[in-house]
Write a protein that binds this ligand. Structure first.
Ligand code: MN3
Length: 249
């Protein structure tokens, strides 16, 4: 077979594409609770991953100093504390995915709950931001949003309200629930919808950090201004990939 064989070239191109897609997926995507890390390329790793952009790149919504402190101090501490807790509580991170750990987090200490959630939520959050946002989804995800919320604008309003009204520290979420519908909700502290202790349950597609450390330097008490600006950096490509992955399960 020569390299001029068009079918072979197509095959190689497709193979390269799918390998790249798999690598991207492995970095970016969460998975259903209960999936073993070794069975799924979609799990969020236990280690903090490099940011896919620079601290300054999201200035339209989040200032560089906030990004740097948030990533290198707050989020890094969750990852470090989670690693310590896993050793202390004999959690084999090679055998149990982070998603699986979340699904039975009630069996472990508050340190696992707070830092496991903190690490998972922040990895999801970083990957859900981009300096080149399309500003809104398209395709099947947009259709599902319109079906479940009426319109994209109505969805944005509802999600913004959820983030605004979350009392104290926590997260606003877009999830897909067990009935394959999209739902908006919030969790306190570093809880997330994968946790067995969470009232809100489903696969997270989009998560917004509404802790003051995420916005206080620029926005002070004006959380709604932070949320309104954040829509300009939402990464709809990643959210769509998560949605499609969740649907394929
Ligand atoms: Mn945070």
């Amino acid at each position: 077979m020569t390299t001029h064989d068009p079918s072979r070239r197509t095959f190689i191109t497709d193979a390269v594409k799918s390998t790249a897609a798999l690598a991207l997926t492995a970095t970016l995507l969460p998975s259903f609770a209960g999936i073993n890390q070794h069975e799924s390329p979609l799990a969020v790793p236990y280690q903090q991953q490099p940011l896919p952009y620079g601290y300054k790149d999201l200035e339209v919504a989040i200032d560089a100093l906030t990004m740097e402190i948030h990533y290198t101090k707050h989020a890094a501490a969750y990852a470090k504390n989670l690693a310590e807790a896993c050793v202390a509580e004999h959690i084999d991170t090679k055998k149990m995915s982070l998603e699986n750990l979340m699904s039975k987090v009630s069996k472990y200490s508050p340190k696992v709950r707070n830092n496991g959630g903190g690490h998972y939520n922040h990895e999801l959050f970083w990957q859900s931001l981009t300096p080149n946002s399309s500003k809104q989804p398209s395709g099947t995800l947009l259709k599902q949003i319109e079906q479940d919320f009426g319109s994209f604008e109505a969805f944005k309003t509802k999600f913004t309200d959820a983030g605004k009204t979350r009392f104290g520290s926590g997260w606003a979420w877009l999830i897909i629930n067990k009935d394959r519908h999209l739902t908006i909700g919030t969790t306190p502290n570093q809880d997330n919808p994968l946790m067995d202790v969470s009232e809100l349950k489903g696969v997270p597609l989009l998560g917004l950090d509404v802790w003051e450390h995420a916005y206080y330097l620029r926005y002070q008490n004006k959380r709604p201004d932070y949320i309104n600006a954040w829509w300009n950096i939402a990464n709809w490509e990643v959210v769509t990939q998560r949605y499609q992955t969740a649907l394929a399960k």
